[in-house]
Ligand binder design. Sequence first.
Ligand SMILES: Cc1cc2nc3c(=O)[nH]c(=O)nc-3n(C[C@H](O)[C@H](O)[C@H](O)COP(=O)(O)OP(=O)(O)OC[C@H]3O[C@@H](n4cnc5c(N)ncnc54)[C@H](O)[C@@H]3O)c2cc1C
Length: 396
Amino acid sequence: MIETDILIAGGGIAGMSAAARFAADGHRIMIVDPAPADIGEGTDLRTTAFLQPGIETLKKAGVWDAIKPTGAELRVMRIVDAGGNELAPRETADFDGAETTQGFFGWNVSNKAARVSLMAKLETLPNVDFRFSTTVTGFTGTARYGEATLSGGETVRAKLVVAADGRNSSLREFAGIKHRRWAYDQSALVFVVTHDKPHDNISTEIHRTGGPLTLVPMPDLDGKPCSSVVWMTPADRAQQLYNMDDATLSAEITHDTMSMFGPLTVASPRAVWPMISQVPSRLISARLALVAEAAHVVPPIGAQGLNMSLHDIETLAELMAKAKLKGDDIGATTLLKSYERRQLPKTLARVGGIDLLNRASMFEPKTLRDLRYVGLSALNRIGPLRKLAIKVGVGK
Ligand SMILES: Cc1cc2nc3c(=O)[nH]c(=O)nc-3n(C[C@H](O)[C@H](O)[C@H](O)COP(=O)(O)OP(=O)(O)OC[C@H]3O[C@@H](n4cnc5c(N)ncnc54)[C@H](O)[C@@H]3O)c2cc1C
C-alpha cells in the first residue's frame, strides 16, 4: 500500500501542471500516466495560447520561466469577418493587449515545449513521484481516503484523487459520474506555417463559413516569421485539406487568409481533431475532483480549453492551501463541494458560450453571416462590449 496526499491520474499538460502547482504548496504528489518515461516532447502538434490567469498559475507552479522563452507574445487579438459575397475582409476588430492591465493577452507555446519544461520541473521536485507506463485501473472513495489500484498491481491511498485523465476519463467512469457529449461535424486541422510578412504578435481569427481559421504567433522558424494554424472547417473539408501535399495546402491557406500574411508555406506535419463539446453532471465524488478535459471539452475558440483547466487547478490549490493552514483535511467533502460550487457554474457557462460562438462561426446562410457581421461590428465599436470582449480574451 502506497500512501500520498494527492494522487493525480493523467500526466498530460494539465496533470503535470497540477502536480507542479500542488507540489509548490508542499503536498506529497503521486502522478501516473500510461506513457513511457522516454516520451520526451510527445507527439501533440498543437500549440496552447496561455492567457494571463493561467500564466499566474504556472508562475506559482515554478515552471513559467522555463516555458516562456519557447513561445511568442500575443499582443493583439484580431477578429476578421470575411462572410460577404466575395472572399474579402469586411470588418476587422483589433483588441489590443495594451488595453489590459498586463499589457498583453497571453503567450503561445507549442504543447511539445510545454511538456518538456513541465517534465523537467517535476523531475527536480522531491515531493513528486511520477509513475510512467502506469494506468489507474480502479477507484473507490471513502470518508477517510481515496483508494486507487494501478496497472502494476499496487494500491494507492490518497487524501484526494485528481482526475486529469482526459476527455474519456476512466476515473469519472469509476465514480459513476455521467457526462454529456455533442459533436459538430467539424474538425480542426492543425499545423505550422512560415510567411513573408511579420505577424507583429497579432493573433488573427478569420470567419467566413464552417468555422474560424486562426493563425497564432510563434517564434521565428529558420529566420522566417512563423504562426501556428488552427483551421476549423466541416469534417470532410478538413480531411481533404489533410490529404493535400504541402504545396497545395500552402496555396489553399494563402488563398483563404486573403494573402494577409503574403504567401504561406506549410512547415510541419499536420493533425486533425474532431470537434466536440462535453460536460459532466458533477465535478466531484467522495475524495475525487475532476479537472481539465475530464471536466470540460470545448472547441478551440478563444484559447479557453487548457486555460479553463488551469483555473480548475488554481481553485483546488487555493482551497487546499487554506485547509492545510488550518490543519484541515484536503480531501474533505466540504472542500470538494466548495470546488464544485465555484467551478461547475463557470464551466457550464463557458462551454455554453463557446458552443454558441462556434455555431455562429459555422453559419452557411448569407443572412446569418450578415447577422454575425453586425455582432462583430457592435463588439468593435460599442465601448462596454469592447471592454467585455477584452475581459474574455484575457481569460477572466
Ligand atoms: C486544435 C486544438 C487547439 C487547442 N488550442 C488551445 C489553446 O490555444 N489554448 C487552450 O487553453 N487550450 C487549447 N486547446 C485545448 C487543450 O489542448 C486541451 O485542453 C489540453 O491539451 C488537454 O489536456 P489534458 O491534460 O486535460 O488532457 P490530455 O492531454 O488528453 O491528457 C490526459 C492524460 O491522461 C492519461 N490517462 C488516460 N487514462 C488514464 C488512466 N486511467 N490513468 C492514468 N492516466 C490516464 C493519458 O495518457 C493522457 O496523458 C486546444 C485543443 C484543440 C483540439
